[in-house]
Design a protein around this ligand. Structure first.
Ligand code: BGC
Length: 255
């Protein structure tokens, strides 16, 4: 995959799927802005590794649930790397609860981190792409739960469902300006968000048995697909979703 000369922002880029995306993009030659809200040392480690391999990356502390945080990331990309070619809305949180349990404060927080950040990230990145005049790509990291109900994971599912329609509507609106918007929808991935399932052998087994490929994804398996979607090899893809889920959404209930 060739992303050389491209400058890309990855939100929540210092952990889990985000860190794997950062590594895949840097390996493909992109210069990367790594957003984080906590654990600056993880961003610093990524920058160190990438720089040691001859790549370019910078860590930036910014809260993407605010437009000011998003603008800070985009201006860093422009100041450091001269332009913006891609923006990956990856930051997300999961707080499991049912519809009947959810409280206003939790709902607002999950929606702000997962969906509001992606809406304004898409908007701000698109404005920059249009200003530059050469198109650009927004990748939204949704989930199989953009389309697949998960009882007990209510607000997360609502936020991911919102991302599904964000991508479709934005992709249609921005197509004429050659701005592509694509969702990458992971299934179960071995990241901090799934730590409690992965630590519990019986839960892990149950999860793996529900996946046709019989394994939880390594984050790199998501990162490489994001690199492809950002590249010119995917230049005709927009307003759609790429599922990277080991087949989980089509899986049978087991024998
Ligand atoms: C969620 C995980 C869940 C997986 C498959 C992901 O989006 O973060 O908690 O295991 O979907 O259902």
């Amino acid at each position: 995959m060739d992303l050389s000369g491209k400058s890309v922002v990855v939100t929540g880029g210092n952990s889990g799927i985000g860190a794997a995306i950062v590594r895949s993009l840097a390996a493909a030659g992109a210069a990367v802005v790594i957003d984080y809200v906590s654990r600056p040392e993880d961003a610093a480690d990524l920058v160190k590794d990438i720089t040691a391999q001859g790549g370019r990356a910078v860590g930036v502390e910014a809260d993407v649930s605010t437009v000011a945080g998003i603008d800070k990331l985009i201006s860093t990309a422009v100041d450091e790397f001269g332009r913006l070619d891609g923006y990956v809305n990856n930051a997300g949180i999961e707080n499991r609860h049912s519809l009947l349990e959810v409280e206003e404060e939790t709902f607002d927080k999950v929606m702000a981190v997962n969906l509001k950040s992606a809406v304004f990230g898409t908007q701000r990145a698109a404005k920059r792409f249009i200003e530059q005049g050469a198109g650009g790509v927004v990748v939204n990291i949704s989930s199989v739960h953009e389309d697949w109900p998960m009882p007990g994971n209510f607000t997360y599912c609502v936020s991911k469902g919102g991302m599904r329609m964000l991508t479709r509507t934005a992709g249609v609106e921005l197509g004429p300006q050659k701005v592509r918007v694509v969702n990458v929808a992971p299934g179960a991935v071995n990241t901090p968000i799934n730590a409690s399932t992965m630590k519990d052998d019986s839960l892990r087994q149950k999860l793996e048995n529900s996946i046709p490929l019989r394994e939880v994804a390594d984050p790199a398996q998501i990162g490489d697909v994001v690199a492809f979607v950002l590249s010119d090899a995917a230049s005709y893809m927009t307003a759609t979703t790429v599922f990277v889920d080991g087949g989980i959404m089509q899986g049978s209930a087991g024998l």
